[in-house]
Ligand binder design. Structure first.
Ligand code: ADE
Length: 234
């Protein structure tokens, strides 16, 4: 998969893709993330990418021209499945959406800043708007990093154990069960004996029961989803 991230603050995206699982995905050639500085597409001497908003009001607005030129340049080299704009009023990022996006080949992610982007960008270029939660960040970069991470780890071959992404919390609308590692006893706090039993079927059953119990306690609305007609993405 190839992801182009357009930003006015490229430094904010220097680190997130260069470690751990994202780095592994890149090393294995399964993911390329190209961070593009929008100012490279500005035609003004001072590399302007924002301007005052028509009608007055506080805050600058990202201009359409550099964004249009940048997207045209990218589209001259690839065909994109989605042009995503990170925005608090977008579709909430959930596992189903990450699953769907992980099936695509090429994505553009546009990070908003200042007061937002000229509405015509949203009307004419953006095909999907994503929010990572009901709060406002100072820009779309951290949100874009979350989206890339959520997608990247799902790409086949990225995780060592092929099944582990399938067993994540939310993959089946259940919270993941508790996990433990050595020592089996610490401060008198014991690992549940079933996990030390070596009995695979019983361990599987225990994990499912723990998942259900946790989901009922912490996220009961996910359990209710099982009863309602499914409107999940995947
Ligand atoms: N930009 C600012 N806030 C955001 C959010 N919550 N999700 C995605 N992009 C954003």
């Amino acid at each position: 998969m190839h992801i182009d991230v357009i930003t006015v603050v490229p430094a904010l995206l220097e680190s997130p893709f260069n470690h751990s699982i994202m780095q592994r995905a890149k090393d294995k050639g399964l993911l390329t993330v190209n961070v593009i500085d929008l100012r490279d597409y500005s035609k003004t001497t001072y590399k302007q990418v924002d301007d005052y908003q028509y009608g007055g009001g506080a805050g600058m607005v990202m201009m359409i021209e550099p964004i249009a030129d940048c997207i045209a340049d990218l589209k001259s080299k690839r065909t994109y499945d989605e042009v995503i704009y990170m925005s608090p009023d977008g579709q909430l990022l959930e596992q189903g959406l990450a699953n769907r996006l992980s099936l695509y080949k090429n994505l553009i992610i546009l990070c908003g800043h200042y007061k937002g982007i000229d509405e015509r960008v949203r009307e004419h270029f953006v095909t999907l708007e994503i929010s990572i939660g009901n709060y406002v960040l100072s820009g779309g970069e951290l949100a874009a990093a979350v989206v890339v991470d959520a997608i990247g780890r799902l790409l086949p071959g990225v995780l060592n154990n092929e099944t582990s992404a399938l067993e994540d919390s939310f993959q089946d609308d259940l919270i993941a069960p508790p996990v433990y590692t050595r020592p089996a006893s610490f401060n008198g706090w014991e690992v549940p004996p079933i996990l030390l039993s070596g009995h695979e079927a019983k361990i599987k059953q225990w994990r499912l029961e723990e998942s259900l119990k946790r989901t009922k306690e912490r996220r009961p609305e996910l359990i209710n989803k099982w009863d309602a007609p499914s409107n999940k993405e995947t």
